[in-house]
Design a protein around this ligand. Sequence first.
Ligand code: NAD
Length: 257
Amino acid sequence: MNNYTNKVVIITGAGSGMGRAMVGEFVSRGAYVAALDINLDRAIETVKKLEKPSMAVPLQVNVSDEKSVKNGIDAVIVRWGQIDLLCNNAGVLDGHAPAHEVSLEEWNRVMAVNLTGPFLMSRAVIPQMLKQGKGAIINTSSTSGFSAAGGGSAYTASKHGVIGLTRQMTFEYGALGIRINAICPGATATPMAMPEQTTAHSPDMDLAVSKVPARRWCKPEEIAKLAAFLGSDDADYVHGSAYVMDGGWLTAARDPF
Ligand SMILES: NC(=O)c1ccc[n+]([C@@H]2O[C@H](COP(=O)([O-])OP(=O)(O)OC[C@H]3O[C@@H](n4cnc5c(N)ncnc54)[C@H](O)[C@@H]3O)[C@@H](O)[C@H]2O)c1
């Protein structure tokens, strides 16, 4: 098990789903964790649920707001003086509507969180990582970073964009000691994928999941373990990858829906 003793890890979207699971995973491996979420109550709840709540600090940060991001990163540096790993996990789903029915407001809302968020957060932590000569960033993309139908046009374009951002930043910072990778989950059992999020255009996710080779939903804890590997020295040669954990979803030549 990769050890994160004395490492400082920042996780966005820490108030729910995969972000909450990541906070638990990294704290259990010895890390100090900054649990960032736009919803402070949920971030606090994440930290309260930990066996060792003193290892994590909840912070209210909106990843799409430049000032909020700066304040959050400044607070982490003041508290711990280093940043070893940033997990850009926060994301929002769109309503799956066909492109001609998507308002510019909806397009901008999704892009702001899913793509501008990882850019702003990375831009804010990279100077500290360059000073250290070492660091890692994990961006959460999706199977929607490769294929259509997991979301609508805004979600799919944003998640393709996250892979592009990962590759470009790898090109820019890999030789300077910063490893940057993407995680591409398939259908994962979190609030984002639950029925209350469905719209008139949403696919039947249970049906889709019943057709993937693994024949089950991914657990958020499984994604957290992948993040723990990618952020560790065991993954020292893993740069710029888009690491798929999807139960085989992308192997299907047919429409999984
Ligand atoms: N659940 C899935 O099936 C699935 C599949 C592929 C990829 N993903 C991606 O995984 C990531 C985590 O998703 P999840 O399923 O755990 O979702 P979730 O909805 O359970 O949690 C997302 C968290 O992000 C937070 N958030 C939203 N906007 C924010 C902002 N502007 N600033 C800070 N925090 C913000 C929310 O408050 C929430 O706590 C997302 O990037 C998502 O797109 C999810």
